[in-house]
Design a binder for this molecule. Structure first.
Ligand code: GLA
Length: 375
């Protein structure tokens, strides 16, 4: 009886506030709501770093306690040629985070994607020798992580080295140096920025084989006397995958193995997944058509509700395990700029985040603030 009464009061109160145009987000924010639990982060693009649109800048400052550069710190952007670096925009995000008193996550030092060829290949296309690869990795990490030493909360040192079945991804790094490239990367990162936390980061970490393999790699890093602080679970998820139980098991496993848990790239795909693709393998790419792109103009209420419910159940889980989770970062600020509009099929209209393409809060955002804001 008491239970029903409490819910009725809360229902009438919310309805009243909704009708009277009351906006919870004016009073609160994601970072405030989860302040005592975990950091809430956002990945931002070049224009957002340059602070072009004030509405975006306000959201970034007011809603989030951690920033990640969506692209500008990736190898091809920051270090395109052996002796050429582009630090202009990455310097800007460093000062932006400092000015706003936000954590900054460095993303990412060693990853097989968005990387120039010279790192792993000779001019004739053959793989470079292991020594040469290690020189390149050492130079890269020393100059990039070294430049920002003391200013970065944590680095995604190695990204996506493991396949979903738990075996190593046979990328150029692996084909040249085996898993040694992972140890080398962490060793150098630890040396050049001793105060930064160091993470291994990957997608589909809810798959037990993959999660277990990441823990094995992390343990090997530690056994070599090299530091690794946390494991990043990217969290490119859908409305119906993974299950809450799968996510929960991965949180518990990583925590019990002694690593900090970071959800590093959260977004929820609402579009049909006719290929049963999970994760974020950028080599998957398909042509779009009407069946695959059903919500060109707007998101129907039924799907918007599903998205809000999905975010609620995910945040319920995060709150339940907030003693184990350090940070939850959204992969993008608002729907208009999300990479999910172009992957795994180009040119679709997706709705994966908490803010719409006009940078207005969506139902999912309001639900989260209502649910967790007043306890
Ligand atoms: C991976 C990477 C991110 C980003 C996404 C998709 O998850 O870690 O940097 O590139 O793919 O854009």
């Amino acid at each position: 009886m008491l239970y029903v009464g409490k819910h009725l009061i809360s229902y009438f109160l919310s309805t009243f506030l909704f009708i009277s145009g009351f906006n919870f987000s004016e009073l609160s924010s994601l970072k405030k709501v989860f302040d005592s639990k975990f950091k809430v982060g956002v990945a931002i693009n070049k224009n957002q770093i340059k602070q072009k649109k004030s509405k975006e800048v306000d959201l970034i400052k007011n809603q989030f306690s951690s920033l990640t550069a969506e692209n500008v710190m990736k190898w091809e952007e920051i270090h395109p040629k052996k002796n050429k670096y582009n630090f202009k925009i990455s310097d800007l995000i460093v000062s932006m985070a400092q000015e706003n008193d936000q954590d900054l996550i460095g993303h990412t030092l060693v990853w097989h994607n968005q990387i120039p060829e010279w790192v792993t290949r000779n001019p004739d296309g053959s793989l470079v020798e292991k020594n040469k690869l290690f020189d390149n990795i050492t130079q890269h990490i020393s100059s990039v992580a070294g430049r920002y030493s003391g200013k970065i909360k944590g680095w995604d040192v190695v990204n996506e080295a493991i396949l979903d079945d738990g075996s190593f991804r046979k990328n150029d790094f692996y084909n040249i140096a085996g898993e040694g490239y992972i140890f080398k990367s962490f060793e150098i990162a630890q040396k050049v920025d001793p105060s930064a936390e160091l993470y291994y980061n990957d997608f589909s970490m809810y798959k037990p084989e993959k999660c277990d393999a990441a823990i094995v790699v992390a343990n090997k890093i530690k056994d070599k006397g090299i530091r690794i602080d946390g494991i990043g679970l990217q969290a490119h998820w859908g409305l119906d995958y993974p299950t809450i139980d799968e996510i929960e098991q991965s949180i518990i496993k990583i925590y019990e193995a002694g690593y900090k848990v970071h959800f590093t790239e959260l977004d929820i795909d609402v579009l049909p997944n006719l290929w049963e693709i999970e994760g974020a393998d950028l080599s998957d790419n398909f042509k779009s058509n009407d069946e695959l792109n059903p919500y060109r103009k707007h998101l129907p209420d039924s799907i918007s509700n599903l998205l809000a419910n999905r975010y609620s159940e995910i945040f319920d889980l995060f709150v339940k395990h907030s003693n184990k989770i350090e940070r939850v970062t959204f992969w993008g600020l608002s729907d208009g700029h999300s990479w999910k509009n172009d992957w795994p099929a180009k040119g679709r209209t997706n709705y994966p985040l908490l803010f719409d393409k006009e940078n207005e809060p969506k139902e999912a955002y309001h639900d989260i603030l209502r649910r967790f804001g007043k306890k």
